[in-house]
Design a protein around this ligand. Structure first.
Ligand code: NAI
Ligand code: 15L
Length: 268
């Protein structure tokens, strides 16, 4: 049966807030989890991913988990270790102990951030491209994908790892035109990931059907994702303001963009 009750970790964050607004229309009842309290959501669980007891209680009885919680940018290794690496392990252990069968893991383009941007007319980046993390943050996403593979092979817990491009209301840079995931397409992709059968551990690229796409959406489409949006409507203004990307610059030549320099070149 299709999942109905879904735990949403990271529900207070940017993507979590967008998905709280959009996923109920697909028929899901969401249970919310975040270290940050959520205004107007008295039922939300306010707890850290380090709290194993809170995680056990949070996953008890849900049909699936969408795991968004964690540090979402580069940070010192010990912080990434606790929140993203140990935190994701703690969540999977809780899910295993409570019999949850389906996970959606918010991976990132930064797991393969040092992959060169494809030249014009060259094949798009395939989902099987090797991990090339651009930061400790990206490394934690590569770990999360491998953890998901282990829990499938060893424990039969299914995961769709969604390598999110840039999921915001609108793209804010020329680079984001290539990897933008509109909120509506994000909800369509999570819905597909929750309902597709026999996914084992499947990695998908998370973008809208952007004209300037850098990576392929084949495995996402194979689980039933049908994107409807295209960032091109924002291109004229962004290119006029920022110019086209310059492939001689390391922060323009790689998928991970400004994460590929030391230190990362905020903002992007
Ligand atoms: P965000 O930083 O806005 O939200 C993350 C949420 O996780 C926050 O509400 C924070 O309180 C919570 N959190 C952090 N550490 C925690 C801990 N130890 N225990 C409990 N809660 C904790 O990030 P955003 O943009 O909403 O991203 C959501 C997820 O998607 C993240 O895992 C991020 O790495 C991933 N992602 C997002 C992309 C985007 O374009 N927004 C792109 C690629 C990946
Ligand atoms: C990410 O993984 C970050 O969480 C998000 O804030 C954006 O920086 C995004 O990647 C991106 O690459 O644009």
């Amino acid at each position: 049966p299709a999942p109905r009750t879904v735990l949403l970790t990271g529900a207070a964050g940017g993507v979590g807030t967008l998905m709280r607004g959009l996923l109920p229309a697909y028929g899901y009842t969401l249970r919310l989890f975040d270290a940050t309290p959520i205004d107007g959501e008295p039922g939300a669980v306010t707890a850290d991913l380090a709290d194993k007891e809170a995680l056990r209680e949070a996953v008890r009885g849900v049909d699936a988990v969408i795991h968004l919680a964690g540090i979402s940018l580069e940070a010192p290794f010990d912080k990434i270790l606790r929140a993203n690496i140990e935190g994701t392990y703690n969540l999977y252990e809780a899910a295993r102990a409570e019999g949850v069968r389906r996970m959606i893991f918010a991976s990132s383009n930064h797991a393969i951030g040092f992959t060169p941007v494809p030249a014009e007319g060259a094949p798009l980046i395939p989902v099987g491209a090797p991990h090339r993390p651009d930061t400790f943050y990206g490394l934690s996403k590569a770990f999360g994908e491998d953890l998901a593979q282990l829990y499938w092979d060893l424990h039969g817990i299914e995961t769709v790892s969604v390598r999110i491009g840039s999921c915001f209301m609108e793209p804010t840079s020329v680079r984001m035109l290539s990897i933008w995931l509109s909120p509506g397409d994000g909800a369509r992709l999570f819905h597909a990931a929750l309902t597709a059968e026999d996914v084992g551990h499947t990695v998908v690229h998370g973008s809208s059907a952007n004209t300037r796409l850098w990576w392929d959406l084949d495995s996402a489409r194979a689980i039933g994702y049908e994107p409807r949006d295209d960032s091109e409507q924002y291109a004229q203004k962004l290119v006029a303001d920022q110019g086209e990307l310059d492939p001689s610059r390391p922060d323009h030549a790689h998928l991970g963009g400004p994460f590929c320099t030391d230190p990362p070149q905020w903002p992007y």
